[in-house]
Design a protein around this ligand. Sequence first.
Ligand code: IMP
Length: 424
Amino acid sequence: MSNTVIVGAQWGDEGKGKIIDILSKDADYVVRYQGGNNAGHTVVIVSEEFIFHLIPSGVLHKKAICVIGNGVVVDPKALLSEIAMLRSKGIEASGKVFVSEQAHVIFPYHQTMDSLRESKKGKIGTTKRGIGPCYADKVSRCGIRVQDLLDPKALKEKLQSNIEEKNKSLAAIYKFEGFSFDGIYKEYLEYGREIKKYVTNTTFLINNAIAKKKRVLFEGAQGTLLDIDHGTYPYVTSSNATAGGACTGTGVGPSRIDKVIGVVKAYTTRVGEGPFPTEFEAPLMEKIRKKGKEYGATTGRPRRCGWFDAVLGRYSVMVNGIDELVVTKLDVLDDLDKIKIAVGYKFNGKLYKDFPTNSTVVEGCEPVYETHDGWLEDTTRVKKLSGLPLNARKYINRLEKLLGAHVSMVSTGSKRDQLIKRID
Ligand code: IMP
């Protein structure tokens, strides 16, 4: 394995956690480059389920060094609780987990701003973890970074000025009573003391590793259509979830990246508000949600489910430069008689074969479907591609053709061994 980026090629929740865990076996470093604890990456080992929100999903492998890059927004309380969870399972984070001193820190006022905004009309359906407001401060150049938590004077100055400004605007817009400086200052200084041993210059750490020919896996969170630039704006997250984010979010140049793997679910899901052309009607929605256990790993919210959308899939392959695809949760379709794939969108009498970046079109379009016969057989124990029912193989081949990328793995269950590696 070379230096590889793994991205979600839909609206997140594609099952990246399992794939990252499997690929981490051969990785020296596993690096998160964007997002924060809005992510929920699930890994199932035997019958034990782990959900990682901030720490890379590769942490369960002995060898892998896990890095939280500069592009991530860090809630130190969430980080410490994940470290404690690992410790309770016998995994020591010290010397294994590193956090960028340049990463921005999520404060309580970010979470409050996120929640208050969500209570207004026109909400996004965020995870309310403070992600958007924290990135907004980063871009406004008033953010507080991990390195500031280790410097009482810098933290004091920056926090005072942020709290003063936020209190004024929260009072004016939402009549919110405001935050007091002392409690937050003390709490975050303490977090600084606790996370100090994990904090480092991760840009040098990763680049030095690459120079020594170590293998680095870049773990994307969320998904392509949630990317702040390339997603279904404004119903997106606030970071670059696409493969390009791996460079800006770590300080590794594009020429150092050898491969991009895109993960797609055999159908489509999204959580939160926003357009979703292939969304199911009620009875099928319930059936697939139940069978696919489609509930948010972070918020527990029911996910919206729909048919596979090859229009957005092809777009994802393009904007990420995807070399290989992994198709997950194929087994969820096992008992469907007919399976549809969207191959185009229709809007105002015009046919769109390429994903339209105009939000009015995506919001108002009607998908154009092709219908395939289902396979009506259990695929959860299949170990080889040739062992899949013929119609399941035809479905995979069709996705491959429509998206224009090779499918290298197919997952048919949540466990590590429920994975078909394609060798043809
Ligand atoms: P935020 O990232 O909490 O600001 O939420 C913005 C949008 O991204 C909402 O629609 C969320 O449901 C969605 N979102 C954020 N993180 C994830 C994730 O890990 N999986 C799926 N959707 C996510």
